[in-house]
Design a binder for this molecule. Sequence first.
Ligand code: IPE
Ligand code: IPE
Ligand code: MG
Length: 246
Amino acid sequence: MSLKESILEERLPYHIGVIMDGNGRWAKQKGMIRAIGHENGTKAVRQTVEACAELGVKNLTLYAFSTENWKRPKLEVQTLMKLLVSSLKKEIKTLQDNNIKLSAIGSLHTLPKKVHKELFEVIEKTKDNARMTLTLALSYGSREELICAVKEISKKVKNNIISPENIDESIINEHLYTQNLPDVDLLIRTSGEQRISNFLLWQIAYAELFFTDVLWPDFTKEHLYEAIIEYQKRERRFGKTSEQLS
Ligand code: IPE
Ligand code: IPE
Ligand code: MG
């Protein structure tokens, strides 16, 4: 039986998040500049998006650029931004052919104008696609997201729109960039690093974590299947006992 065939359709993660890491090391291992690593990373993006759509995963969120990544050398940031524009231009057809809706989370107004424009064009063109939602986390930081949410909620409290005693999980959810997304079920990080790096801190509260040594540009559909198969072996207890679940 192939890896893909051993995936149980009825137990698919509803939302997969991916910290796509290791582009720089991939290039370095090959004696190439980091930009080549990022370029090759886009192939892994296509593989992952296609595989998720084919399997029937409803939500895929990819960590593409963090608020902290702005601190990288200017040239690398520029390369990443250029690559984003060209990938968006190139991938619109794949998104349309596969009925995938594009969305984005993060401090999007800080993106260069060109990126912002291209991004929102693709979001607009794909807004009625319903097979899967692909969300790009761009200039995204979970702490910043939480700060924005706290500010918004505080304003509403001040204006008597929300009363403090009514603040609950759903009110917090509604004020996050991810307001339209469910919690993450499976979080994958490539490249051997075992940390979260400011990604979806609130939303991964009960996610299953999967770390792999594979560097992002080498990540294929088969690697994704492996992660899902491992996920399906886990017992998600959400604080309960094993006996309560059966
Ligand atoms: C991930 O690869 C891409 C981004 C963070 C934008 P890296 O560029 O972090 O690659 P490594 O971690 O240096 O190998
Ligand atoms: C996390 O990777 C951000 C993205 C994948 C976009 P980094 O490479 O920036 O994370 P750290 O700095 O190693 O934690
Ligand atoms: Mg990295």
